[in-house]
Ligand binder design. Sequence first.
Ligand SMILES: [Zn+2]
Length: 268
Amino acid sequence: MNIRLLGTGGADGVPALYSDSRVSQYAREHGGKDIRSRTAAIVDGTLKIDLGPDTWAQMARERLDARDWSAIIFTHSDADHFSPDELMYALYPFNDFEFVGFIVYANELICRRILDKFPEWPFEMKMTRSFDPFTHGEYKITPIKAHHNPHEDAQNLIIQDDERTLLYGTDTGIWDDPTWEFLQDYKLDCLVLECSEGFNPTPYDGHIDANEFVEVLERLRKMGTVHDDTQVITTHHSHQGGGTYAELQDFFAPHGVTVGYDGMLVDF
Ligand SMILES: [Zn+2]
């Protein structure tokens, strides 16, 4: 299995559009891994996770073809993850009726918003719920509940094929007990986890900072969910977290964590 991180930035990207923050300025000057588009990923080239405002640029940058998507799996409805307007290009008149499309998997709120916008939505759409697994082709996908927004079933995703298990968690916060208990039964080959707040924790508890990332990781290690062979990668870094790529890497390297970057391909 592999996952390509198409975007690893916070909601306003890095550099952030209107920001003169130190991390934004550094990114403008140095480019490379410090440029972070809005968070999204793709598994095995076919399972698209989230559809944010940078989707077109990410696909073009990686020279990928959206016709290879067999599914779009949404995690939640925040604007950096769900840009419903981007769906219209799959439809007439931008596309013809021969386009087979993809199955959309999404929580109730997103399904409703898609149908509000496209009442004649032509492709299959399936509603997802936390802790309610579903299969898509060879994959078993289990959404688990994030601690992100009390008004929505915001989800992190466990994606499994016959051999491998991935946990992808953007917008996690520190999980509530049912999520921790649920994770006890899993052994991960790859963990991709958010670190939005970096070195600058905020009172908002729907995201985690670098120290909380390490706390979560240590707890997962104690449970055996993360083990010596698990690849651990960060994502969803806000410029407000105050860390450049190199600074984040210095912090995380001793913990056996790789700092994610746009375009990163992780094989596991
Ligand atoms: Zn987000």
